[in-house]
Ligand binder design. Structure first.
Ligand code: ADP
Ligand code: MG
Length: 614
């Protein structure tokens, strides 16, 4: 009788624990994979049938277990991983409650085969609903294989509760991704219904990401690396233009353990602010290493939520490291322009020994100190390019037997005119407009194609932001003051924004209870339809406010930029096209419009050449 009394509560306890630990097939996948990782496996195989409902099996080449340990591993609170309770606070491995195998065995049919590397014979154990059905020696490979069949076979209510195969498969695939990302130095294979879903070789994190997600990720990744006394942050983030509408490929690992944390996620999103549309989500895989004692230990190990002692500090560190990584990529469109003549010239003149990435970093750091970093950067490089042109021109003149210092245009012998004309045409205007929509310019690495409307929007946005922060824009009086009747709401809004609107260069008086009289507009906009601009500004502001929840100042700058940027179809002369390019690259974030659309693309020489290869 004693036995019965002792066993019954134990069985119930197991089922209760099982309910907590094993929610669905994906939970089994997670526990088994983590045990294999903890066992020091170098290579792990995951086999799944019917989305784990009929089989989840994990085969590893880790340490394996002795026959006693194998039997013990199915006991509740049996764990080899804690010797003192203090270890609970320090432990770095992921599972540590010694409950997983016991719980799984309570609600499934489990077959374990395991062998220590220095033993010739292994052990097979079969457990079904917590009952040991078999425990005997067996010939098997070193390491451990655990197969979990017919999950919840003895808990029909739970089995019925499982979702459709595609849904359960997605959960499994999520768990697989998390473990595979956390351990790029372990090889993984994943068979789903006998088909190979993944084969991941051991290697660097970047390679793991590319193998897990897809080839294209190769071009998308920006490395993040930041070490502070409190935390080390490293990993990869995606370039803004690859952000997706669906959230998903976002991973935080704390000391190797996958976690979800909205607050930290917000830190990353904030770093992407203005680089991507608000409803888009950037890709990231970030690893935080910190003192385990500073991560809240009261959290259930199967849950992914954790608490940090210094969340705000962590927030700040993540925000700044992601920003910094983005800036390195953004300030100099380095990936595209690094091989540009300007850069080569610049660096060779300095005769430095730095690696390209150091160089970018230093440039960023130095330029960061300056007020207008974009302008400085581009102009500096641009000046050098001009100087180089000067050299070339002088060289050409000498070759033609002319004095080098004389103004080019006056000294061209008539016989050379055509040549020179062609030459000076390229010198005077480096850019060409296409179809009233794009501006094209040659760079050393190929050509850059700029979307004129997008570029102008970015330029104006930054300009308006500066205006709102600094001196009021010059205003030009309207020839005929214009009266605008507004709705109640718009009238109130205009009153609210009065100061900022004035700052941007508009002048107006209120008139009656719902009208304003426009007396002046920003000087640069004086040739626009003034009434349309103001009405458009109000409309756009409201739209941004409702859809994007932007802060007022930014909203105004964006709204006015959207409404006043040059449209597609606007013909630009060469000088205007040049100016547009110069101004764009003087921007802090030249790559994207405030809404996150690209402003330019670079077509590399290689790519152009590839169109012609036979
Ligand atoms: P925990 O992982 O929390 O210790 P589990 O119930 O998951 O608890 O596992 C119990 C014990 O079984 C582990 O502590 C470990 O000693 C052993 N074990 C489980 N899986 C493996 C494996 N794949 N290889 C070697 N030992 C394992
Ligand atoms: Mg475990």
């Amino acid at each position: 009788m004693d036995d019965v009394i002792r066993l019954l509560p134990e069985g119930i306890a197991n089922q209760i624990a099982a309910g907590e630990v094993v929610q669905r097939p994906a939970s089994v996948v997670k526990e088994l994979l983590e045990n294999a990782v903890d066992a020091g496996a170098k290579s792990i195989e995951l086999i799944v049938r019917e989305s784990g409902k009929s089989l989840v099996q994990v085969v590893d080449d880790g340490v394996g277990m002795s026959t006693t340990d194998a039997r013990m591993s199915f006991e509740r609170h049996a764990t080899s991983k804690i010797t003192q309770s203090e270890d609970l606070f320090r432990i770095r491995t992921m599972g540590f409650r010694g409950e997983a195998l016991a719980s799984i065995a309570a609600v499934a049919q489990v077959e374990m085969r395991t062998r220590l590397h220095d033993q010739e014979v292994g052990t097979e154990i079969v457990v079904q609903g917590s009952e040991i059905k078999k425990h005997e020696p067996i010939a098997t490979a070193p390491g451990t294989s655990i197969g979990v069949k017919n999950l919840f076979f003895n808990v029909p209510a739970r089995r019925n509760f499982l979702k459709s195969n595609p849904v359960e498969y997605r959960h499994i695939s999520d768990e697989f991704h998390r473990v595979a990302l956390a351990y790029p130095d372990i090889a993984f294979t994943f068979f789903n219904n006998d088909a190979e879903a993944y084969r991941l070789e051991r290697g660097k994190l970047s390679k793991r990401i590319v193998q897990l997600f897809n080839r294209n990720y190769q071009q998308q990744l920006i490395p993040v690396e930041e070490t502070t006394p409190d935390v080390k942050v490293q990993g990869y983030i995606g370039k803004p233009e690859y952000a997706k509408k669906t959230r998903g490929e976002q991973f935080f690992f704390v000391n190797g353990r996958y976690i979800k944390n909205n607050y930290l996620n917000h830190a990353v999103s904030t770093a992407y602010d203005k680089l991507i549309p608000d409803d888009f989500h950037p890709f990231y895989v970030l690893f935080l290493e910190m003192d385990p004692a500073r991560v809240d230990i009261n959290v259930h190990p199967t849950k992914t939520e954790v608490k940090f002692q210094d969340e705000r500090l962590l927030y700040g560190i993540i925000l700044s490291s992601v920003r910094q990584a983005l800036s390195k990529f953004n300030v100099s469109p380095s990936l595209d322009f690094d091989s540009d003549v300007n850069f080569e010239y610049f660096t060779s003149r300095r005769e430095t020994m730095e690696t390209p990435s150091d160089r970018n970093y230093e440039r960023f750091r130095a330029i960061d100190q300056q007020e207008d970093r974009g302008a400085l950067n581009w102009e500096k490089l641009y000046d050098i390019a001009k100087r180089e042109d000067e050299d070339v021109r002088q060289q050409a003149q000498m070759e033609m037997g002319m004095e080098a210092d004389a103004p080019t245009t006056m000294r061209v012998p008539s016989g050379m005119a055509l040549d020179r004309e062609a030459n000076s045409a390229t010198e005077a205007s480096k850019s060409l407009q296409l179809h009233g929509r794009y501006v094209v310019r040659q760079v050393k690495s190929g050509m850059v194609i700029i979307d004129q409307s997008a570029a102008h929007e970015r330029i104006l946005f930054e300009k308006y932001l500066r205006t709102l922060d600094g001196a009021r824009a010059t205003s030009q009086s309207c020839l005929f003051p214009q009266q605008l009747s507004l709705s109640d709401g718009d009238f109130t809004l205009v009153q609210e924004l009065r100061q900022e609107i004035r700052q941007l260069g508009f002048d107006f008086e209120t008139f009656g209870s719902r009208s304003i009289v426009l007396t002046g507009v920003p000087a640069d906009l004086s040739n626009h339809n003034e009434r349309e601009i103001v009405e458009g500004l109000i409309e756009q502001f409201k739209d941004n406010r409702d859809k994007l929840r932007l802060e007022q100042r930014e909203n105004l700058a964006r709204a006015l930029a959207t409404r006043t940027s040059i449209s597609r179809g606007k013909v630009l002369d060469n000088k205007e096209a040049d100016e547009l390019i110069d101004q764009l690259f003087a921007c802090e974030q030249p790559n994207y419009t405030p809404n996150g659309h690209p402003t330019f693309v670079v077509l590399g020489l290689d790519q152009i050449a590839s169109y012609f290869k036979k």
